[in-house]
Design a protein around this ligand. Structure first.
Ligand SMILES: Nc1ncnc2c1ncn2[C@@H]1O[C@H](COP(=O)(O)OP(=O)(O)OP(=O)(O)O)[C@@H](O)[C@H]1O
Length: 355
């Protein structure tokens, strides 16, 4: 059992994961896979014909260490089921799942309990706080389950309560807190054990838009400091684009595209993905790195240099070069020229698709 994870090893590795609900699912799946030669779509169809529900179909992906991997999709597309499979809240019907190189599907129940208590953090839309415990007691509770001494666990609980901006409300009971504050307690509680891998299932969906945006900002801030490996479910494209390093789009139990926010916005693989992003202001979300043409090593230095950088959004870049006609250079983090972009193409790229 590999305790020491190498830097290159993904935090989570899923291969050909299936979750099929209904009686005899495992046998029916094996049989259908054999009959269809492993074709996921045909297998799912065969299972549906038997009144089974193929909620997750042949899903494969890696979550890199320290990244925020967002799973997006319409209601019923299988997001929650997939995350429950990874954390083994439910047993998968078929496939492989590793966390830090450890095969969690083969792990004994006691080992899974240990992983859940020490390594995996979970936050759900509904806060699930204990109503008879103060914020501090709620946050310290998982540490009690770990067997930590009282003074130690209360000190740690105070630390994470401060981290989520609730200092001063330690003694409040859940009923005395707003929705946003309760969700902060939920986040603090799951952070208390310092998990390596963090699952968040629509954590901000129940909150009103203003508080939601505030919590997203704080979440990004916390992640910049803690660098957890995160799987974050949402059905809100704006939220996904804001927080994700990469986004997986699910439809009917399958992942149809995995990409950076820029790729999802600028290069949707089909109409389903395009529909999610059609109202998104592309210029605000896509980075210049996604549209530049790499510079040939012996290319002559360009005449005009408006000082574009790869990390600029398309809007920022366009406002710096919109009066120019010829391709302009784009600089990398060290200032060196890494590519070129044509202002006219940039202007085309930021256009929102006609609705
Ligand atoms: N225990 C279960 N038994 C049978 N079917 C289930 C079960 N749990 C989920 N499903 C079905 O699996 C499919 C995927 O559901 P899931 O909750 O994973 O979707 P979701 O994308 O998370 O949706 P939402 O955004 O509404 O939470 C749905 O068709 C759902 O009805």
């Amino acid at each position: 059992m590999p305790e020491q994870a190498s830097a290159q090893q993904p935090a989570i590795r899923c291969r050909n994961v299936w979750q099929v609900f209904g009686p005899g699912a495992q046998d029916h799946l094996a049989q259908a896979l054999k009959q269809t030669g492993g074709d996921a779509g045909a297998t799912a169809q065969a299972l549906r014909a038997l009144d089974l529900v193929p909620a997750v179909q042949d899903v494969s992906f890696d979550v890199k260490r320290g990244e925020i991997f967002v799973i997006m999709g319409l209601s019923g597309s299988g997001k929650s089921t997939l995350v429950r499979c990874i954390s083994r809240l439910i047993d998968v019907t078929a496939g492989e799942i590793e966390i830090d190189g450890e095969d969690v599907l083969g792990a004994a129940k006691t080992r899974m309990t240990q992983l859940r208590r020490r390594k995996l953090g979970m936050v759900f839309q509904h806060f699930g706080l204990f109503p008879h415990m103060s914020a501090l007691q709620n946050v310290a509770f998982p540490l009690k389950m770990q067997g930590q001494a009282r003074a130690e666990r209360l000190a740690r609980a105070r630390e994470v309560i401060e981290l989520v901006g609730l200092k001063g409300r330690e003694d409040a009971y859940p009923r005395e807190l707003s929705g946003g504050q309760r969700q902060r307690v939920g986040i603090a509680r799951s952070l208390a054990v310092n998990p390596d891998v963090w699952f968040l299932d629509e954590p901000f969906s129940a909150l009103d838009p203003l508080i939601r945006r505030q919590l997203q900002d704080e979440f990004i801030d916390i992640q910049a400091r803690l660098r957890k490996s995160i799987v974050f479910i949402t059905h809100d494209i704006a939220e996904a684009l804001k927080i994700a390093d990469r986004i997986a789009i699910m439809r009917d139990g399958q992942i149809v595209q995995i990409g950076t926010p820029s790729q999802i916005v600028l290069e949707p693989v089909d109409g389903y993905v395009r529909d999610f992003t059609k109202d998104v202001a592309k210029g605000r979300h896509a980075r210049l790195s996604s549209v530049l043409t790499p510079l040939a090593p012996d290319a002559p230095p360009p005449a005009d240099d408006p000082g574009l950088r790869v990390d600029m959004t398309l809007d920022e870049a366009l406002s710096a070069c919109m009066s120019l006609y010829d391709p302009v250079p784009v600089h990398g983090p060290d200032g060196q020229i890494v590519g070129m972009v044509d202002p006219a193409e940039l202007a085309r790229a930021v256009q929102v698709d006609p609705v």
